[in-house]
Design a protein around this ligand. Structure first.
Ligand code: NAI
Length: 271
């Protein structure tokens, strides 16, 4: 269902790799709601992914950018304003990667240049995106910037490895930049803390199947899907949430506030 919530709004969507990606579903929903945008991803991901099909479907242009590279980001922001015909109203940062996770390196045995690469891609890239936009004065007033995160930033999930630390860093950047963006530009900055979701990044976490099934049983409303996340993101891009900023917003079917569910108790009951 479309409500035209984003009619006339322009933006940039980072991180659509394939049709499972949260950014992919979000791009489709934003398009349905009347928003126009530029799609971007790392050059290498473009060769692997199917982003052309998404661009065609949503009448969007694609500008490659490594989100850790300031020259790429400056080019992306300037070109996006030219293509879209004005300043931006929304930005989605949907980017995450840990080399330690990818290569199966345990949390207690990290290779620190991989750790550094991981926090640059997963957290500092968000600061770089915000700073590039801030300096270029590229957002309209009451615009909205959203990044995606996971609850391992607050509570320990052993196999989430150094991504937990990266997410804590990312959430802190949203609060800190949110202050300056709010004061000086009337722009909101938030993170959405999403349920486990079967995407390329999600399935890269060891034991993902057990993890997602457990979360499903623990959440009174069940896990939030990528499609649900797209809907929630649209609401944060819309004018209906103008005073929501500097928040980490749990979007997880109630998981984060559930001590234990009846289903999980029954799994462990002996009678
Ligand atoms: P995905 O694998 O579809 O998306 C991750 C994206 O990051 C890919 O498009 C990849 O190309 C991009 N990326 C990696 N390095 C980059 C770089 N240097 N520059 C630009 N882009 C780069 O997976 P998903 O799940 O859609 O991930 C999106 C976001 O959602 C990530 O921040 C992830 O941590 C977060 N998230 C995912 C959950 C899950 O269970 N899948 C749960 C909670 C949060």
């Amino acid at each position: 269902m479309s409500y035209n919530l984003l009619k006339g709004k322009r933006g940039i969507i980072f991180g659509a790799l394939d049709e499972n990606s949260i950014a992919w579903k979000t791009a489709e929903r934003v398009h349905e709601e009347g928003g126009t945008f530029v799609l971007t991803n790392a050059p290498i991901a473009m060769r692997m992914g199917q982003i052309d099909a998404l661009a065609k479907k949503t009448n969007s242009e694609i500008i490659p950018a490594d989100a850790t590279d300031l020259d790429d980001l400056e080019n992306l922001v300037q070109k996006s304003m030219e293509i879209l015909g004005g300043k931006l109203d929304f930005v989605l940062h949907s980017i995450g990667m840990s080399v330690n996770v990818r290569k199966g390196r345990h949390y207690t045995d990290q290779k620190y240049d991989w750790t550094t690469k991981g926090w640059d891609v997963s957290a500092v890239s968000f600061h770089k995106v915000c700073q590039t936009i801030f300096k270029a004065d590229a957002m309209n007033e009451w615009g909205s910037i959203v990044a995606l995160t996971y609850m391992a930033a607050q509570r320990t999930f052993p196999d989430y490895n150094d991504m937990a630390d990266n997410k804590a860093y990312l959430e802190s950047i949203a609060r800190s930049f949110g202050y300056f963006f709010g004061k000086e530009k009337k722009v909101r900055v938030n993170t959405i803390s999403q349920s486990p979701t079967p995407t390329t990044a999600g399935k890269g976490v060891k034991g993902f199947d057990g993890f997602i099934n457990y979360a499903e049983k623990m959440s009174p409303l069940g896990n939030a899907s990528a499609q649900d996340c797209a809907d929630y993101t649209v609401s944060l891009f819309s004018d209906l949430t103008r005073k929501v900023t500097m928040q980490n917003l749990f979007h997880d079917g109630g998981f984060s506030n559930t001590g234990v569910s009846q289903e999980v108790v029954e799994e462990f009951s002996e009678d």
